[in-house]
Design a protein around this ligand. Structure first.
Ligand SMILES: [Zn+2]
Length: 228
C-alpha cells in the first residue's frame, strides 16, 4: 500500500471504518456460531466431501489449511482447503463455510460465467492493484498527467475485479444454504444462523469495494486539483 496523506484522505475514512467494522463483525459472528453445533453432527470436512460427491466432484480433494478464515477452493489443483476450525467442527459456522467453498467448486465445474470473468480479470487486477497507486503518486509528484491516468486505469481494473467478485461470493453462499438444507445437514432453525455467518463474510467484500471506490474518487480529486 502506498500512503500519501493529504486533505482528500478524509474521503476514504468512512469507508475504512465500515471495512474495519465488517472485519470485526465477521470474526465475532464466526466465533459465536462456532459454538453452536448442528444437530446433524457432521464435520465441515465430511459435509464438503458429501456435497462434492453429490455434484460428481469426486476428483476434488478436501484438505486442512493453516490459520483462521483461510478457507478457499483452489481451481488449478482442484483442492478445497478448510481451516482447522471449519475442517473438524460440527458447528453451523463450520458447515456454512465448508458448503460455501464447495459452492465455489461447483461454480467452477459448471463454468459459472461471473467466476470465469473474475478469473480472466485476475492477472491484470492483481498487477493493477500493486502498480496503480505508486504510478499515480509518481505522476502527481512529477506533474505527469499521463502517468496519473495510467495509475487510475490500473486502479479501475482492480476495482472492476472486486465488483465482479460480489456476485461470485453471493452465489456461492446461496448455493451453500440450499445444499445444506436440501441434504439435511441444517435444520430450518439452524439455516438462519449459517446465513448470518455467510452474510457477515459477504459484507467484507462489499466494504472492500466501498474503500476502493472512495479511493478512486480521491485519485480523481487529486488529479484535477493538480491540473488547475
Ligand atoms: Zn467465497
Amino acid at each position: 500500500m502506498f500512503f500519501y496523506f493529504d486533505p482528500t484522505y478524509i474521503l476514504i475514512v468512512p469507508a475504512l471504518i465500515f471495512a474495519m467494522w465488517a472485519q470485526v463483525r465477521v470474526n465475532t459472528t464466526f466465533r459465536k456460531y462456532l459454538r453452536v453445533f448442528a444437530s446433524s453432527n457432521y464435520t465441515g470436512a465430511q459435509v464438503a466431501r458429501y456435497l462434492l460427491d453429490a455434484h460428481g466432484l469426486q476428483n476434488v480433494k478436501v484438505e486442512m489449511a493453516r490459520g483462521n478464515l483461510t478457507d478457499h477452493y483452489d481451481p488449478r489443483t482442484r483442492v478445497l482447503r478448510l481451516s482447522q476450525p471449519v475442517y473438524s467442527s460440527t458447528s453451523v459456522a463450520a458447515l456454512g463455510v465448508a458448503a460455501h467453498e464447495t459452492g465455489h467448486a461447483v461454480q467452477n465445474a459448471e463454468n459459472y460465467i461471473p467466476l470465469g470473468i473474475r478469473n480472466n480479470l485476475f492477472p491484470i487486477a492483481n498487477f493493477g492493484s500493486q502498480a496503480a497507486l505508486p504510478l499515480f503518486f509518481i505522476g502527481l509528484l512529477f506533474a505527469n498527467p499521463t502517468l496519473m491516468d495510467i495509475g487510475i486505469w490500473f486502479f479501475i481494473a482492480a476495482l472492476v475485479f472486486q465488483v465482479v467478485t460480489l456476485p461470485v461470493e453471493f452465489n456461492a453462499s446461496r448455493r451453500a444454504l440450499g445444499m445444506l438444507t436440501e441434504a439435511g445437514f441444517l435444520s430450518q432453525d439452524e439455516r438462519p444462523k449459517a446465513k448470518e455467518v455467510l452474510s457477515a463474510a459477504a459484507l467484507t467484500y462489499v466494504a472492500a469495494v466501498a474503500v476502493s471506490a472512495m479511493n478512486l474518487l480521491r485519485l480523481f480529486v487529486l488529479r484535477d486539483s493538480r491540473r488547475r
